[in-house]
Design a protein around this ligand. Structure first.
Ligand code: BGC
Length: 794
């Protein structure tokens, strides 16, 4: 099987949603699901096109309450196309043909190297006429506003008239997620539909955010004998008449252009979309430049392992990451939606998942990583306001972020198992701010981008540190600082079983990461040019006293313990053990243990059972040295055994309800030399391609886990870490991988090539005008000049 292909050899209605998500094409500006062009949203198919940053808010009535949600908007469908033989035949409908046994063959193929989705369908009809349809589709990586689809109809044993309908459909709604279907879903108003030559243009406006979204399609065919325009209230269709001759394919090209009122350098979005559609080249011309653009991207994404299936899925994961954020999203002021631009789950919101995504980008496309951090910086005023409203200083970032950086976490969520709408407290995951500060620091380490740090990064880091220092409350009796009423990354615990108000005290992850961030905040000022340091101190009114307070909190935050391990939060030790075997026997898949228990009238809050790593996230984010030092700084006697013991404790008490879980477990186990790492790595790799989470992939890919698997190869198996101005390399490839190669960008170098097997490590710095780099492995270090190479035994 090729390392660049994702292919399906038959039509399977039950798997269609997952395929649509996995065959989504995008370019960072917009993405279109790989839905069959002749389909409409009907429970099997879900055509969807999402433009980065186009959100809209609607109010819905749920369980007697009025709730507000901001969603990434499903914009008009540019792909719709069907055909019929002769003027009277039935319009081609995939499902009808499938049910009637008329599909002779069906193949769908995603070529990741070239970014092309191809579908080849052979079918017959009651009159015995056999037809082959070959459709190729792209969303241009070269021209971010353009997409194109070519349909070739080959009459195998007949000749005669053929009609093709190409619709531009503005009747779209956000109905892609069953759980949200009770909510309001009409985000667009259609302003106008007009025709200009062979171009149709549909202009819409989002109903509350008032963003103009224009979609234009141009339809052409050399075999056209006539066309007419069919108008509907919110859609318009070109109906082309063609003459088809047996054995000769008839080709129709549909080129789409999308513009929004958020775009730069346009007068008005409908004018722009129409103009771009008119000017666009033919499908083949667009394809040529599109493939060149992908070639360039792949040259920058070199990660090679000698394990074919793994390589193929890593390619798929990089492919979807680059389709979600790319050079075309850099100027859009967008964050990275947890489910890509691939579906409507989580409403296109931005969570902490960039923690898993940024490291890969920082060492390949630092400008994209920087843009994602800028999305956060622009929302600093809103984060400051959120802190102020809570009576605190600094910046409190929202758990779920959309257009303006206000908290977008839903207040009620549906448990599909019990049918009950329940309060959602996940906004108490204050740790999202710590992830942002962590990303700022790591970005600087990887890129050496001091300008970013000076202009934006340090300000965010200091404001986040300030918020957490304020959030920490001094406990005089214990002489410790405490952070109360929050949630850690494990979303299954949101409250104490016997307490009315939600939130937990002294979540170890939050407290330890707060200590780490406070220490970085103390260091960051020294990294700035003195003039900027003075400006920032003045601007933020940062006094010596406050910095001393940072230092004190970083020393005295409480880290709870029970049974000789770090407690996930204060009181975790008193929770009950779950009957894991019993639940597994009864339910099989218990990933969504929270829903199972709630439906039973119980609550997961009573048990030592986590959705995903929480304490163990510390071992994922911090090197053993860093973790040891922050724990020692907190006065915790970690001893050599504490971390392995803590890992052994939590692993069996975690049910992997999040796709991020397996990435973290694979990582931690690799670092402790446990062969089980490979099993978790494989699970993370297959989580979307095999839809392991039981149907959630159809609602959008899990981008954090996708990027996390690639990053795992780079930073964990190849063992790359950035420590100050040194590139540390400590490879630990699993036995299943015998050769691993990476190409990286690092601190002004566009080409650092790293190769390792189980015996040797080789680092080559390609010739350039950049400064030499310092590398280190197992206590040895070297400075490599551009053009130089360093080889060490492992
Ligand atoms: C996980 C979060 C994650 C979110 C978005 C949830 O299921 O628990 O950690 O940020 O999904 O991917």
């Amino acid at each position: 099987m090729s390392r660049w292909l994702l292919s399906y050899d038959s039509y399977d209605p039950a798997a269609e949603g997952v395929r649509e998500a996995l065959c989504t094409l995008g370019n960072g500006y917009f993405a279109t699901r790989g839905a069959a062009p002749e389909s409409v949203a009907d429970g099997v198919h879900y055509p969807g096109t999402y433009v980065a940053g186009v959100y809209n808010r609607l109010t819905s009535q749920v369980a007697g309450r009025s709730v507000d949600n901001e969603d990434l908007v499903n914009t008009p469908d540019w792909t719709a196309l069907t055909f019929r033989i002769g003027p009277e035949g039935p319009w081609f409908d995939l499902d009808a043909a499938h049910r009637a046994g008329h599909l002779l063959s069906y193949r769908q193929e995603l070529d990741m190297r070239r970014g092309v989705l191809t579908r080849i369908v052979r079918l017959t009809d009651p009159a015995g006429r056999c037809t082959q349809i070959t459709q190729r589709r792209l969303v241009s990586m070269d021209q971010p506003h353009l997409a194109a689809m070519e349909t070739a109809v080959l009459p195998e044993n007949w000749s005669g008239p053929l009609q093709v309908r190409c619709r531009l459909d503005g009747r779209v709604r956000n109905t892609g997620v069953a759980r949200y279907r009770g909510l309001s879903n009409r985000h667009l108003e259609v302003d106008e539909i007009c025709e200009h030559g062979d171009v149709l243009c549909l202009r819409t406006t989002t109903v509350t955010s008032r963003i103009g979204v224009a979609t234009a399609v141009r339809v052409r065919s050399a075999a056209e004998t006539g066309r007419r325009l069919l108008r509907e209230p919110q859609a318009a269709t070109w109906e082309l008449s063609l003459d088809a001759v047996q054995g000769t394919p008839v080709t129709v090209e549909k080129v789409a252009a999308i513009a929004t009122s958020r775009d730069h350098a346009i007068e008005e979005c409908a004018i722009a979309a129409r103009r771009w559609a008119e000017r666009a080249g033919s499908f083949d011309e667009l394809l040529e430049r599109h493939v060149l653009a992908w070639d360039r991207l792949w040259r920058r994404c070199q990660i090679r392992v000698d394990h074919d299936d793994t390589q193929r899925i890593l390619n798929l994961h990089m492919f979807h990451l680059l389709q979600t954020v790319s050079e075309h999203s850099v100027d859009l002021d967008v964050g990275v939606p947890a489910r890509g631009l691939h579906g409507e789950a989580y409403r296109g919101h931005v969570f902490w998942d960039e923690l898993f995504i940024l490291p890969f980008l920082a060492m390949r496309f630092p400008e994209i990583a920087r843009a994602l951090l800028m999305y956060r910086w622009r929302r600093l005023p809103e984060a400051r306001w959120a802190a102020r409203r809570a009576g605190l200083r600094g910046a409190c970032y929202p758990w779920q972020s959309g257009s303006d950086g206000t908290e977008q976490t839903q207040r009620l969520h549906l448990n599909p198992r019990s049918g009950r709408w329940l309060p959602d407290h996940t906004h108490l995951q204050r740790h999202v701010g710590l992830a942002i500060a962590y990303n700022v620091w790591r970005f600087h380490e990887a890129t050496g981008d001091t300008e970013f740090l000076a202009e934006y990064g340090a300000e965010m880091l200091l404001e986040i540190a300030r918020y957490f220092a304020d959030l920490a409350v001094y406990n005089r009796v214990e002489d410790r600082y405490e952070i109360r009423g929050v949630m850690g990354p494990d979303e299954y615990h949101d409250a104490y079983p016997d307490r009315d108000e939600p939130g937990l005290d002294n979540n170890a992850y939050t407290n330890v990461m707060t200590a780490w961030v406070l220490r970085r905040a103390l260091e960051v000022l020294a990294l700035l040019p003195p003039e900027r340091e003075a400006e920032l101190r003045e601007d933020l009114m940062l006094t010596r006293g406050e910095l001393e307070h940072f230092e004190e909190v970083a020393r005295k935050l409480k880290v709870p313990f029970h049974d000789g391990v770090i407690s996930q939060f204060e009181g975790y030790g008193e929770l009950e053990e779950l009957d894991w075997e019993g639940y597994r026997a009864r339910y099989g898949d218990i990933r969504r243990l929270d829903r199972i228990l709630e439906a039973e009238g119980d609550t997961v809050n009573r048990y030592k059972a986590s959705k995903q790593p929480d304490v163990l996230m510390l071992c994922y984010l911090l090197s053993p040295g860093e973790l040891g030092s922050v724990l020692t700084g907190l006065g915790v006697d970690s001893g050599p055994d504490l971390i392995p013991r803590t890992i052994r404790y939590y692993l069996p008490r975690t049910c992997d309800g999040s796709s991020l879980s397996a990435v973290v477990h694979a990582w931690i186990l690799a670092r402790t030399g446990d062969a089980d790492s490979w099993r978790f790595f494989q699970e993370a790799l297959h989580s979307d391609i095999a839809d392991i989470q039981g149907g959630t992939t159809a609602e959008g890919i899990h981008l954090g886990a996708m990027a996390g698997t690639v990053d795992l190869v780079q930073r964990c198996y190849a063992g790359i870490s950035t420590c100050g101005d040194t590139l540390c390399i400590d490879p630990r490839p699993p036995k299943e991988i015998t050769a691993l190669r990476l190409g990286l960008r690092y601190r002004g170098h566009w080409g650092i090539d790293l190769a390792c097997d189980h015996e040797r490590l080789r680092v080559r710095v390609r010739p350039s005008a950049a400064s030499p780099i310092r590398v280190a492995h197992a206590g040895r270090s070297a400075v490599i000049d551009p053009g130089g190479c360093w080889e060490v035994p492992l």
